[in-house]
Design a protein around this ligand. Sequence first.
Ligand code: SF4
Length: 144
Amino acid sequence: MDFVRVAPKITPEEQASQHGEQLWKSDPNACCNIRKVEPLTRILSQYDAWITGIRRDQAPTRANSKKVEYDAKFGLMKFNPIAHWTSEDVWDYIRVNNVVYNPLHDQNYPSIGCQYCTRQVMPGEDPRAGRWSGNDKTECGLHK
Ligand code: SF4
């Protein structure tokens, strides 16, 4: 498998000078567009399909995800092979197959995004409560 690293068009320093410091606070949608959505849009334009790890139990916005669907946002087919898995299914698979995982998961970070937009969750909180905490944003814009 060849991994392809895709970078935003501008560095964090250029972003700060063009759009202001801490754009993730003042306009997180613009920040996600620059750092995530535009780069993925650019690379996906070369392909006929993509495969993601989204699951229906992750968030209400993902509850209707199909295993195979047309992704109108990016204009290609989208495969979500573990859409029906629960969080427990994922952890069972990790343990049985000794899969390497992000150690932050063991420190109350069930969902991990960018450094500035992820916090630990407290007992009883939604697993994605630590993403864009204090903002009504729930998705970066890749899965709409
Ligand atoms: S998750 Fe936060 S820091 Fe990352 S791109 Fe989106 S707004 Fe910017």
